[in-house]
Design a protein around this ligand. Structure first.
Ligand code: ATP
Length: 199
């Protein structure tokens, strides 16, 4: 799986539709200060479902919508589409290519699409689950985060290494299974109580 393309329209400084195509392996985005490089990584976080304006370097979620410039009026809609190559079927979906879209209107109304079909944020989280990609994984390291990693406690640093090594997903699965098991045990206790009452 790799990031194949990213298309922004009305997102932060990208008023016009801007499409970027990436190749497998290392890709580098270069540009002068303030040209929008971080806005590109913000757009990836956002399309993957980020709900915190602060994580996107804004005050309110509306700040992701192009707010106008000297020669250009503000727009009413921000839209980002990220296309993942899934020919190796890392993502548990039959398609060889997965396009995730997020739209947000100034009214605050928001929508998600998967391969053009309306979807819930939950569907996107489910698809990305276990892939190592997602807003809560360490696949996106923003400026400043590196400093916090270097000054983090050993346990926090260990979490980061576990995520990178793919161990965290097994830990999450284990925790999920333990929760299920606990629920089952509670049900079993309740069933035994009822059985005792009947007898
Ligand atoms: P640096 O190299 O200094 O880190 P950068 O290339 O990462 O810079 P960004 O931080 O991505 O630059 O972009 C900042 C620019 O985006 C600023 O000019 C800011 O005004 C513009 N910008 C951010 N949000 C919006 C918005 N909603 N509407 C219009 N412009 C915006």
């Amino acid at each position: 799986m790799y990031l194949k393309s990213l298309t922004l329209k009305g997102f932060k400084s990208f008023a016009d539709r801007t499409a970027m195509v990436f190749d497998p392996g290392l890709n580098v985005v270069v540009g002068p200060n303030g040209s929008g490089k971080s806005n590109i990584s913000d757009s990836i976080l956002w399309v993957l479902g980020e709900q915190s304006a602060k994580m996107l370097r804004g005050q309110a979620m509306e700040d992701v919508i192009f707010s106008g410039s000297s020669g250009r009026q503000a727009v009413g809609l921000a839209e980002v589409t990220l296309v993942l190559d899934n020919s190796d079927h890392t993502l548990p979906i039959e398609f060889g290519e997965v396009a995730i879209t997020r739209r947000m209107y100034r009214s605050g109304e928001s929508e998600y699409l998967i391969n053009g079909a309306p979807a819930r944020l939950r569907d996107i989280t489910d698809i990305l689950h276990d892939s190592g990609l997602g807003k809560d994984t360490h696949s996106i390291i923003s400026q400043g985060k590196l400093d916090s990693v270097l000054s983090s406690r050993p346990e926090e640093r260990r979490e980061l290494i576990e995520e990178a090594a793919g161990i965290s997903k097994h830990r999450r699965r284990k925790e999920r299974s333990q929760r299920k098991l606990q629920g089952m045990q509670e049900n079993l206790t309740r069933a035994k109580d009822i059985e005792r009452e009947i007898n």
